[in-house]
Design a protein around this ligand. Sequence first.
Ligand code: PLP
Length: 370
Amino acid sequence: MSGDFLALAQPGVQQLSPYVPGKPVDELARELDIDPARIVKLASNENPLGASPKALAAISAELAQLTRYPDGNGFALKSLLAEQCRVEPDQVTLGNGSNDILELVARAYLAPGLNAVFSEHAFAVYPIVTQAVGAEARVIPAIDWGHDLSAMLEAIDSNTRVVFIANPNNPTGTWFSAEALDEFLQDVPERVLVVLDEAYIEYAEGSDLPDGLDFLAAYPNLLVSRTFSKAYGLAALRVGYGLSSAVVADVLNRVRQPFNVNSLALAAACAALQDSEYLEQSRRLNEAGMAQLEAGLRELGLGWIPSRGNFLCVDLNRVAAPVFQGLLHEGVIVRPVANYGMPNHLRVTVGLAAENARFLEALAKVLARG
Ligand SMILES: Cc1ncc(COP(=O)(O)O)c(C=O)c1O
């Protein structure tokens, strides 16, 4: 007789819903028998520019070394990050995407009987990594779609080990100020690790968003996570990083896979980090695209949640699922966010001008059908 391997999984895992990624272009092309070249994907907050030419050159150069394991300590990338981020190399943890950093935190600091606090409508990976290790996910109601930091503080108890906060948050795009972050960090008990997820921070530079790095020295219980998947345009390579006290970095280093970041990703990330022109171009493209989307939505009489990321959530004022399906038939992939408790919204990533225009046209067409 065979065992019930669902019932045998640990209880937190049994209750987990797997992460639902944006629909891949090839999948839609197969399903609807349309030319993949005609499909616009604005579903995963990817950089529409294509990777930095410098990153591509670094990858080509690295290909000759494919038989070798990567540098398991990521010396070159950690050194560059340390310099740019004003920390020591032993405060840097490299991850297979910043998702990996979130998972390492959960594995190192959470367990059954302990809990992690995070907001309603926050990034879907927080509940996954928390429940996967059998810890309690304490979800705090949002305020105006954003984090209610005071309510999150109140939810912390003696079993809380981690708080996840995202600035700006995905999928809502909402953000909090430097003052709010400072107040929050002052009040969080010192034994609670605050994970400040800054996956989109490069898009927010020069705005009223705080730079998490400014708080690292004062708060040894702070970990800032960042990624090369968004503004640096390297989502496929899976590389992200955490910046924290050396003690926390040492703990995370104990539980990570020995070669969690591959050599192509390491080389490309080093090159991308030094390509400030590419980053600047990505930011400008995002700013212009965001303005284009906002103007188009205004024209359609639709609302949206103001966002500091490279995406925004459109308020359709009705159940969004049929509109999502209608857009797919127009060859436009966006992201439904019902699984984030937002059944009337669709999240759209800022694309190239022509892609944004395709989305707006398709949306107008689908909505006109009623
Ligand atoms: C808020 C937030 N954090 C972290 C990530 C993880 O990205 P990656 O693992 O590609 O670095 C994402 C990706 O969508 C995100 O939106």
